[in-house]
Design a protein around this ligand. Structure first.
Ligand SMILES: Cc1cc2nc3c(=O)[nH]c(=O)nc-3n(C[C@H](O)[C@H](O)[C@H](O)COP(=O)(O)OP(=O)(O)OC[C@H]3O[C@@H](n4cnc5c(N)ncnc54)[C@H](O)[C@@H]3O)c2cc1C
Length: 397
């Protein structure tokens, strides 16, 4: 006797119960649509839980399309204007979650990221959203409806929303599922890569610099016409810290990055003045006034043998100043998806409506959140994109 397969009918099936998927489900549920969220993970919202160092940087009050990278830089504009940081802040306030502004418009929970997961679960419950965790998706077919074959039966839906995120942090369940579904339906994918991640250094550079591991310096880092004024951190494999994570979004193989180690200072004027005021002082003592001693020792050892500044001619002093203003380094690579906060690239925005997130080719099929080729800089922008794209799709599914 053949076992009867469990068939579950719904209006909307959403695959991926992360930030975007839950927001979409809430909005669709509020419209009275029978909505089911499917996630292969046993625990909901794992990425939210580890975000922002466990406090979830849930939005950025300065959100604008300029903070996002996409092949079509205008695509995110509509969604971001229809669901703003203020909209999400109102939700946070409604749930009486206390939060604070850290820097540069970044808002974090005072307590734990669990507050945000609880908020989303509560809203899902109020909107009658059904959540099926530990749901393994085996196959998707489409005729008039979508048929989602899983270990929990076949879900039959009018609309299918793919909210499975990117490839970052496979340890907690990230997969390339969304890209596979896009390919199955013949949608183009913009090449993906890890982003908001550290950079590894070439062997020789690493040998010279690895002793600096753990050291952090306030800098201005530039690459491909983008620059970020934040800290860099030396690590045992290369460079990290907020400025490097930001620039990793714009760095491409073989590009050099330019690091201004003294962003506040007109270095050549400053060194010349020091030489004039106190000619017997050693270069490393001057530099140690404003740079960490460990870095200065290394710099002097490698490039600028320390001696009384009066013994350094003006041209050489200028070379040193230039070095400190535009330290040029060509990283070996991005560290990888295991450490990356996000995945850049993804489902080509040319394939989607910027109003609804629906596929232009396949009616009823939607892509939202990180799986789409819209990637935010560090600072709460990626959640804002997840909320906004999820909200917009939720009005139409
Ligand atoms: C360490 C870290 C810290 C971060 N901190 C911040 C921050 O503070 N602020 C910020 O804005 N952004 C942050 N981000 C980025 C942010 O978490 C993501 O951009 C955001 O979660 C994307 O939302 P999403 O809903 O598109 O995908 P996700 O939140 O990744 O959700 C995808 C869901 O799909 C499920 N899934 C995947 N594959 C399958 C499959 N085959 N079958 C079924 N289900 C599947 C996953 O289990 C998951 O629940 C951080 C990321 C990391 C890794």
């Amino acid at each position: 006797m053949t076992k009867e397969i469990n068939k579950i009918n719904c209006d909307i099936a959403i695959i991926g119960a992360g930030a975007a998927g839950m927001m979409c489900a809430i909005e669709a549920g509020k419209r009275g649509r029978k909505t089911i969220l499917l996630d292969h993970s046993t625990k909901i919202g794992r990425k939210i839980l580890i975000s922002g160092g466990g406090r979830c940087n849930f939005t950025n009050t300065g959100t604008s399309p300029d903070a996002f990278l996409s092949e079509n830089k205008h695509f995110c504009r509509s969604a971001l204007s229809r669901y703003t940081p203020e909209n999400f802040i109102a939700l946070v306030k409604k749930h009486q979650i206390s939060y604070h502004h850290k820097k540069l418009g970044q808002l974090f929970c005072d307590g734990s990221a669990q507050n945000i997961v609880d908020l989303l679960l509560k809203e899902c419950e109020e909107a009658n959203v059904q959540i099926n965790s530990a749901c393994k998706i085996n196959k998707i077919n489409k005729d008039k409806h979508f048929y989602i074959e899983t270990n929990q039966g076949i879900f039959v839906s009018e609309s299918l929303v793919i909210a499975t995120g990117g490839l970052s942090i496979p340890q907690i369940g990230a997969t390339g599922f969304g890209y596979e579904i896009a390919k199955q339906f013949d949608l183009n994918i913009v090449t993906t890569a890890p982003a908001l991640v550290g950079l590894s250094l070439k062997k020789q550079d690493l040998n010279e610099l690895k002793e600096l591991s753990g050291l952090s310096i306030d800098t201005l880092v530039e690459c491909n016409k983008k620059s970020f004024r934040e800290n860099i951190l030396f690590t045992h494999v290369g460079l990290s810290g907020p400025a490097i994570l930001q620039i990793s979004l714009y760095w491409r193989q073989n590009n050099s990055i330019y690091i201004d180690l003294l962003p506040e200072i007109d270095t050549i004027s400053w060194l010349s003045q020091k030489k004039h005021e106190n000619p017997n002082i050693e270069l490393k003592n001057i530099l140690s006034e404003i740079l960490p001693k460990r870095f200065v020792d290394k710099f002097c050892y490698l490039y600028a043998p320390s001696k009384p500044i009066k013994q350094i001619d003006d041209k050489t002093l200028k070379d040193y100043a230039n070095f400190l203003k535009t330290w040029t380094i060509t990283p070996a690579n991005l560290i990888g998806y295991e450490k990356a906060e996000v995945t850049r690239g993804g489902v080509d925005t040319d394939e989607l409506s910027s109003q609804t997130m629906e596929s232009k080719k396949v009616s009823g099929l939607y892509f939202i959140g990180e799986v789409v080729d819209v990637t935010g800089q560090l600072g709460g922008y990626n959640f804002q994109w997840a909320w906004a794209s999820g909200f917009c799709a939720g009005q139409y599914v």
